[in-house]
Design a protein around this ligand. Structure first.
Ligand SMILES: CC(C)(COP(=O)(O)OP(=O)(O)OC[C@H]1O[C@@H](n2cnc3c(N)ncnc32)[C@H](O)[C@@H]1OP(=O)(O)O)[C@@H](O)C(=O)NCCC(=O)NCCS
Length: 220
């Protein structure tokens, strides 16, 4: 069976949580008989009948933005910079409530407050690993980018700065740090429904690949 526990989600939601890595009768059958919250990511063109038969429901489509140094379009801004010296509380102030496009917020079975907690916990853990860049406009903390290797895993711009065109300048500064560490390519994972972040990546020269449909099941 290809089912593994996701303890970070269990800690946020207070229920057993699992990720299923292969679409099979054995895996889905086990999940449907065993209490917990399940995630499965499938090829968008896969046959979904089996998922439907076991009660799985659609939550999101994820896509992978990717960009090599050669195709990245840098937008320079004298007033924008990044720093690793930002306090966690200030970063959490931007993170909390920012991820309403995420699959946990879109899962009608889960409380949005606990979904917020999931992202807050994740940011805190990335912060402890030293993998969070604060994004500054002048002296103001305007956002953050958290990364794992060359993958941007969690990122947001403060509500007061959103939609004002700062994204490409702040992302350019953050991506420069990652490329300067020798990464040949930067990747991320975003919801196809999150048009602001999709347009942001497109404006920086990113391409998109590896779409997956995400299905959930909660067995009480
Ligand atoms: C995603 C996010 C970082 C983008 O930053 P932003 O400051 O809002 O984006 P910008 O104003 O720089 O705009 C970026 C592009 O998206 C477009 N855009 C902005 N808001 C949009 C919206 N609601 N719908 C569609 N396009 C939008 C802009 O026109 C711009 O495109 P352009 O360069 O072709 O003109 C920001 O909205 C955010 O923090 N959102 C909440 C957290 C989040 O969703 N993080 C990503 C999770 S994967």
């Amino acid at each position: 069976m290809s089912i593994k526990e996701t303890p970070w989600d269990a800690a946020a939601f207070g229920i057993p949580t699992f990720e299923i890595s292969a679409l099979s009768e054995e895996n889905l059958g086990f999940a449907s008989r065993t209490s917990g919250h399940y995630t499965i990511k499938v090829d968008p063109l896969a046959d979904k009948k089996m998922l439907d038969a076991y009660g799985f429901y659609y939550c999101d489509t994820l896509i992978e933005p990717w960009c090599s140094l050669g195709r990245f379009r840098f937008y320079d801004c004298a007033d924008c910079r990044v720093s690793k010296e930002t306090g966690l509380e200030a970063l959490l102030g931007i993170c909390h409530g920012a991820f309403s496009h995420g699959r946990f917020h879109r899962d009608f079975n889960l409380s949005p407050e606990l979904a917020d907690r999931r992202y807050d916990n994740w940011l805190a853990s990335l912060y402890r690993e030293g993998n969070v860049l604060g994004l500054y406009h002048d002296e103001t903390l305007a956002g953050f980018v958290a990364y794992s290797g060359s993958r941007l895993v969690l990122h947001a711009i403060d509500e007061t700065y959103r939609g004002r065109g700062y994204g490409k300048y702040l992302w350019s500064a953050a991506c420069r740090v990652i490329f300067d560490r020798g990464a040949p390519e930067i990747t991320s994972s975003i919801s196809a429904s999150n048009l602001a972040v999709l347009n942001l990546y497109a404006s920086l020269g990113f391409g998109f690949r590896n779409a997956v449909d995400v299905y959930h099941l909660w067995v009480k």
